[in-house]
Design a protein. Structure first.
Length: 211
């Protein structure tokens, strides 16, 4: 279940927050993400996600705590088709579970930490959802051009890694040029391209702050 009674962004209800080790599909969240970031004319439309107009994306809330290398994980994007080991039965079992959640096997599944989502700011929530959408990519051919299915003409989807992964200490010691983060620094200097008022139109809970 998702609470949108107060308008704005979808929020996990007490059901998902209280159940132990729970996963719950959320169609409202998938619709909100598509209408906000992907579809033309969305309040926070991003042309970088244009290829996702043709993608099926399933969203899950979870209250299962997750961490990697000492850092809390609050979101994860992955292919919809199960890729794990386990033989024919194991893969069939995973695919069955995914179908039970979404009615199909989507191109991508995005899982969000319900506890984090219930407490973070609107800007943080939008940043989290877009971060995961950026992982949902269109594959490229050997020349770097976007790949399309020759039969359907639709994009061929795949996962995308981060643009930049670096330690602050390394940047401090060797600088932006040696660590290839000039574009990141320039983007930070230019400031956010989305105004608080635009976030408010999508999320609804920061109207007072944006006024």
């Amino acid at each position: 279940m998702t609470d949108k009674s107060k308008g704005g962004r979808p929020r996990p209800t007490g059901v998902i927050l209280q159940h132990e080790d729970h996963f719950e599909p959320c169609r409202e969240l998938a619709d909100w993400a598509r209408e906000t970031f992907i579809e033309p004319g969305g309040t926070l439309e991003n042309e970088d996600h244009e290829h996702l107009q043709h993608a099926s994306i399933g969203f899950l809330w979870t209250n299962v705590a997750n961490a990697k290398k000492g850092r809390r994980i609050v979101g994860q994007a992955e292919p919809g088709k199960p890729m794990g080991m386990g033989g024919k039965w194991g893969k069939a079992r995973q695919e069955y579970q995914v179908t039970q959640w979404f009615g199909e096997v989507p191109d991508f599944i995005i899982t969000l930490d319900a506890n984090y989502a219930s407490q973070c700011s609107d800007a943080e929530f939008c940043a989290l959802v877009e971060h995961e959408l950026y992982h949902c990519a269109q594959e490229k051919d050997e020349f770097g051009a976007p790949r399309f299915n020759q039969q359907t003409g639709l994009p061929v989807f795949g996962m995308r890694g981060h643009d930049i992964e670096e330690f602050i200490g390394v940047v401090r010691r060797y600088g932006a040029e040696a660590t290839h983060i000039q574009e990141l620094i320039q983007a930070a200097k230019e400031g956010p391209t989305i105004a608080p008022a635009n976030i408010a139109q999508s999320c609804g809970t920061c109207l007072a702050r944006a006024a």
